[in-house]
Design a protein around this ligand. Structure first.
Ligand SMILES: [Mg+2]
Length: 278
């Protein structure tokens, strides 16, 4: 399977709804990335708070019988829940390193010691020196090096050094480096959003998945879902077409929220079922 440039652009949230209606006999497993998908990317990750329409839509959808929601993020669950404390949904944190189920039971899939996070942070600090605009984020099971606020020419020198210096740790600790949007993240190589999504799809095998995500780490999920046979169940959030395993494309998080609003209205008036064509 290869990435392609197409990602059929959806003209509107209404159009995605229309596509789904055809399949509405089946219950839905709605898998949603957080940053860049449900909320716009912020210069500082702490500022990515949910909007009221997003929050209200998710609350309504969380109460639907025929719909399961999972937020699938690179953030730790604790942090994710400080933004979105909604009951009755799944939270997947650390790109799949941890999961919380509908009843609040928490599962961890990384048992290895993670002293390497401090080693990476030390190397990052050495590379940064006295330059400004860099942000280090020590997560439970991964380490993120943000450079959104740094001068681009300085960032490229700093990051080149960092990538070189961490190679040995990546090999010894079996880690993977993922280049995201103005962030380089290191995480255990065997953990990714694809493995997390497959677990949920196994658990809800009668449900049709729909995954929405905006970044490189979401490609693992797009690929896993397509590999499972759901080739049109993936939506890349991106203003412009780019190589992706996703089938559809929406432009930004506002369109995603519009879609969730339409879905929640249709669910609450019962038309998600009555709209099934004869
Ligand atoms: Mg994202």
């Amino acid at each position: 399977m290869s990435q392609r440039l197409a990602n059929q652009p959806l003209q509107s949230a209404q159009q995605l709804w229309a596509q789904l209606v055809i399949q509405a006999e089946e219950p839905l497993l709605l898998l949603l990335d957080y940053d860049g998908t449900l909320v716009p990317i912020q210069d500082k990750p702490d500022l990515a708070r949910p909007s009221a329409p997003l929050y209200e839509s998710l609350i309504t959808l969380s109460k639907q019988q025929n719909l399961i929601i999972a937020i699938v993020s690179g953030r730790d669950i604790r942090e994710l829940k400080s933004f979105l404390a909604i009951e009755g949904i799944y939270y997947v944190g650390g790109h799949g390193a941890e999961m919380e189920d509908l009843h609040g039971n928490r599962y961890n899939f990384v048992n290895q010691r993670i002293e390497w996070i401090e080693s990476l942070a030390e190397i990052a600090c050495q590379c940064i020196g006295s330059h400004e605009g860099f942000l280090l984020e020590r997560k439970k099971t991964s380490f993120a090096f943000h450079y959104r606020l740094a001068c681009p020419s300085i960032a490229s020198v700093v990051l080149e050094q960092y990538r070189k210096k961490i190679q040995r740790i990546l090999e010894i600790e079996k880690l993977e480096m993922v280049e995201g949007k103005k962030v380089i993240e290191v995480r255990p190589a065997y953990i990714n959003k694809g493995t997390a999504v497959l677990q949920l799809m196994d658990r809800y095998s009668q449900h049709r998945p729909l995954y929405m995500g905006d970044d490189k780490t979401d490609e693992d999920a797009f690929k896993a879902i397509a590999g499972y046979g759901f080739t049109s169940s993936t939506v890349l959030i991106s203003e412009n077409p780019k190589p992706s395993y996703a089938f559809y494309r929406m432009r930004n998080s506002q369109e995603v929220v519009q879609f969730l609003q339409i879905l929640s209205m249709r669910c609450s008036d019962g038309s998600i079922q009555s709209a099934v064509p004869p």
